[in-house]
Design a protein around this ligand. Sequence first.
Ligand SMILES: NC(=O)C1=CN([C@@H]2O[C@H](COP(=O)(O)OP(=O)(O)OC[C@H]3O[C@@H](n4cnc5c(N)ncnc54)[C@H](O)[C@@H]3O)[C@@H](O)[C@H]2O)[C@@H](O)CC1
Ligand SMILES: [K+]
Length: 505
Amino acid sequence: MKILTPKQTRELDQFTIDHEPIASIDLMERAAQKCMDWIISNIDASSYYIFCGTGNNGGDGLAITRMLDPFPYNKKAFLIHFSDKLSKDAKLNYKHLKKTDAACLSQIDFLEDIDFNQIEPDAIIIDAIFGSGLNRPVEGLAKLVIEKINELPNKVISIDIPSGLMAEYDESYAGSPAIIKADITLTFQTPKLSFLLPENSQFVGHWHVLDIGLLAEYIEEQKETHVLVEKDYITSIYKHRLQHSHKGNYGHALLIAGCYGKMGAAILASKGCLKAGVGLLTVHVPHWGYNIIQSSVPEAMASIDRSEMIFTEFPELNGFNAIAIGPGLNKKKNSVVAFENMLSKIEHHSLVVDADGLNILSENKHLLNKLPQQTILTPHPKEFERLAGSWKNDMHRLKILKDFCQQYQVITVLKGAYTVTCMPDGRCYFNTTGNPGMATAGSGDVLTGIILALLAQNYPPDKAATLAVYLHGKAGDKALLQESKESLIASDIIRNLGNAFKSLN
Ligand SMILES: NC(=O)C1=CN([C@@H]2O[C@H](COP(=O)(O)OP(=O)(O)OC[C@H]3O[C@@H](n4cnc5c(N)ncnc54)[C@H](O)[C@@H]3O)[C@@H](O)[C@H]2O)[C@@H](O)CC1
Ligand SMILES: [K+]
């Protein structure tokens, strides 16, 4: 699903109004009705307090209040009068509500006009103060109201976007205190980019996309800049296996991993790679790790380094079509030299760099310029900070990520909730699978193995990265059927990769 910018969202509204065609007031009615349908089916409460702004988001809130009328609920709507200029459709809905139930409607000019004590703790607050039209931090009366709502124990449902949160913002917006902390956000047609940034999960709560019938035709024409990766996208890139195929069809991968004391990382990455369908796997390990890898992963072939303890050389690369380097490696000088030598020998191979491979890059930045185009880097946020510098907020981090990928023409998988895969042209793909149980030792090594396997099977690097991230998360979700978030370990992710693949059929 494409994520639209605020400008595109406005254009999409207008496109629908012009081409469906539909009057804007009827579109607002449709949006409010979708919210009502969701609320009636999912919420069990007897009182609703609806806080409305003066723009179209407020118009939605006023329409929802009217739609509550046939139901036996207590309801009260507050028009937060931070501007004299009501939008045209908010004004119409204001008049309409006044006719239906004038008693439930109050205009609020001062914070004291609201008796917050009357709001029962189990009542639902509907937040329709600001939507996607917000273009600066909230101040004055609206700020006071938002702060007061955040102090209440009530469940809050935000319409379209928590009031005070911008759909997109720059680094200067960090730390704005007046943002509604919603439990649920009902957003229209596509999610907003800010929903996908970790720092905003405290505001957005659980979000649901409501289809209000805005025209897909417009969305299809828009360039993919930010994409939410869901099953439909993944099934469109997943290649089914042919009946008459053999292991030679699925590539030969080289994994360079492990050192004295860190062979587990090499084992986990190897198993992830094999379970993700690679034809053949060779693991290059220090001499010391030979027995370990042979006995733990009998399906893999071993290439032995002359060094007892660390990575100092690499095998002839010709026979391989994809290479991964980094899990459980180390950063010693001889390994850096071997890594640099290997980079100069890479021709047609796809490359993944993880863990200590990334640390080598951040301590030897000149190597970044030597990475083959479309190399896939898989940092967690700390590793990314070492590679690309620090950020002021998560939106700023996204900008740094895009600049980094464009500068070095690499693909970066920045791990976390909604792991984002950024392409060399700046396109960003946000993953939707996975869970906090996967924040566990070795989880990243498994991901590296999966990416390596998909590259070896000839997936283009951008698709290999997004598909691997999705499958890795899905395997983690499947593992949660037997495990808890605490008990889940990297081996459970490997064990559930089969279920993750099956879920694509
Ligand atoms: N246009 C359409 O067709 C539809 C719009 N819908 C609703 O309309 C919303 C967008 O409405 P609007 O564009 O009217 O904007 P909002 O209702 O989000 O904001 C109201 C107005 O406040 C002003 N403003 C922005 N930041 C402010 C601040 N910090 N302090 C004070 N005033 C500020 C802006 O001029 C804006 O027009 C969506 O979020 C959605 O809820 C829905 O009804 C669906 C259909
Ligand atoms: K809102």
